[in-house]
Design a protein around this ligand. Structure first.
Ligand SMILES: Cc1cc2nc3c(=O)[nH]c(=O)nc-3n(C[C@H](O)[C@H](O)[C@H](O)COP(=O)(O)O)c2cc1C
Length: 324
């Protein structure tokens, strides 16, 4: 079976992509992922805060050492950014040690001051950049429009800085999600990843402390991403990658049927080990054989809202019949 796909203009041997996580933070792990047949790897994110806080530390250190800050130019800052340097090394080494497409990941929290670092990431040989951008809509003084404008500003700046493909990993916290996805797809980004899954707080009722809720996703969480991949397939100007809740080969098939170009996985690899990618491929291959499909193009998007025999099902939100 030919399970190759094109995502972000890159050739992927498989549609299964290792999501950005602790499973993609070293060359050794990236090599293992390649051995298990993954199509591409999104490296563990470098966080905007890490870059900027390090900048602040370096400036304070320099000031304390009596360095004339006017002379302490941008280049020093760039050369001394240890976290960034390590990240650059990870990209270079992953590229040298594998033939996989390597997608670097930047986690962006609130500004665009770090964007110049994207040039270094590009220079290190990353095939693409995935921008993980999320501002929790908890600032009551900021309107929805102001909130959304920040996304477009950052994307515009990034696109004018680098020439490698950019993917945007987003959440579903937008007032008009479909329109926002469509508008984002027209900015010049090469792909949208639907959706990110966030750290969520939980309360320890004995210790009265705030703890982390489930770190890993469950298979039921596939539904949100599946619905929106299906609704948006063929209605956007870029590739769509599915993320969250894809735990087995069947989930990968569903997302491809919905219209995804690639399916990102993290939790299932944490649960079952990296080798589980082989199992997912076996399921995909066996299913394609059973249905007489030779390549992903034979069935991709066949169950998208546009092509499905019952498109309204993707927009049904109430359980009316079940209650009756
Ligand atoms: C331990 C862990 C670390 C993660 N680190 C990152 C990260 O650095 N950057 C990022 O964009 N997503 C990160 N994620 C989110 C995953 O990339 C993915 O979007 C999320 O786990 C949902 O996919 P899944 O259901 O296949 O796990 C992390 C997830 C886990 C479980």
């Amino acid at each position: 079976m030919d399970i190759a796909t094109r995502y972000l203009g890159l050739h992927l041997k498989s549609p299964i992509v290792a999501s950005s996580s602790g499973l993609t933070d070293s060359v050794k792990k990236v090599k293992t992922l390649e051995e298990c047949g993954v199509g591409a790897v999104v490296l563990k994110s470098i966080f905007e805060e890490e870059i900027l806080f390090e900048h602040e530390d370096i400036m304070k250190e320099a000031e304390a050492a009596g360095v004339n800050l006017d002379q302490f130019d941008y280049l020093d800052f760039q050369l001394r950014g240890e976290k960034l340097n390590k990240y650059i090394e990870l990209i270079k080494e992953s590229k040298a040690a594998t033939s996989l497409p390597i997608i670097a990941s930047i986690n962006c929290a609130y500004s665009h001051e770090w964007i110049s670092f994207a040039e270094q990431i590009q220079g290190a040989g990353a095939d693409a950049i995935e921008l993980n951008m999320f501002f929790l809509p908890s600032d009551f003084s900021r309107s929805g429009q102001e909130q959304e404008t920040m996304y477009f500003k950052i994307i515009e700046k990034l696109l004018s800085t680098v020439s490698i493909p950019i993917a945007l990993k987003i959440s579903y916290y937008f007032s008009n999600l479909g329109q926002m996805i469509q508008r984002l797809s027209k900015t010049g980004v090469s792909g949208l990843v639907l959706f990110n899954r966030f750290f969520s707080p939980d309360i320890d009722i004995d210790k009265l402390t705030i703890k982390s809720s489930f770190v890993l996703s469950s298979p039921e969480e596939l539904a949100i991403s599946l619905r929106w991949i299906a609704i948006m397939a063929n209605k956007v100007d870029c590739d769509l990658a599915a993320s969250t809740g894809a735990h087995d080969g069947a989930a990968v098939i569903k997302q491809l049927l919905a219209g995804a170009k690639a399916v990102q996985v993290a939790s299932t690899l944490y649960k079952h080990g990296t080798e589980y990618i082989r199992d997912m491929h076996d399921t995909l291959n066996a299913w394609m054989e059973k249905h007489g499909y030779n390549s992903l193009a034979d069935f991709r998007g066949k169950m998208s809202q546009e092509k499905a025999s019952n498109p309204a099902a993707y927009e049904r939100v109430q359980f009316m019949k079940y209650f009756n």
